[in-house]
Design a protein. Sequence first.
Length: 171
Amino acid sequence: MDSRDIAVISICAALWAILNALIAPIFWRLTRLPFFCDLLALVSLSIAMWWSRKLGVASLVGIVATLLNFILRPGALFFLGFTVASIALDVMGYSVGYERIFSSSRNLILLVILGAIAAWIAGLVIGTFFMGFNSYKAVLVFSLLHAIGGVIGTVISIPLLRALEARRLRG
């Protein structure tokens, strides 16, 4: 990793953690839906993966965002689910191939699919360990809501990535 990778890790993690600490709780209280948390996660992770295309960058974004989140909201242990999801997305992206995912607009559907799976994993972890659900059905429904949030986040990230590409901002 070089200094550009460290910069994108820092920027994406800080953006994710700060918005998650300030705005996500308001959205959660109003709707009781996890979409906004997933949106923030997948936009930040998509940008980091697109920029670096290196194994470990998305994982580090998740880990740094988790540490920052614990500083900003010490009791928000549920965020560990997003840490797991970040690592899963990183491994899945590496397995599929970052260049393959980001090489054409058509292949960005892979990013949407991987984002949905990663957010689903976050929902499984959060629903199982932090929400106190009494049934597997409740965990499954909660995790599927997270997956929807993952789709929303990756779909929103696509025009952002295209705008960055148009301005030739990738390192």
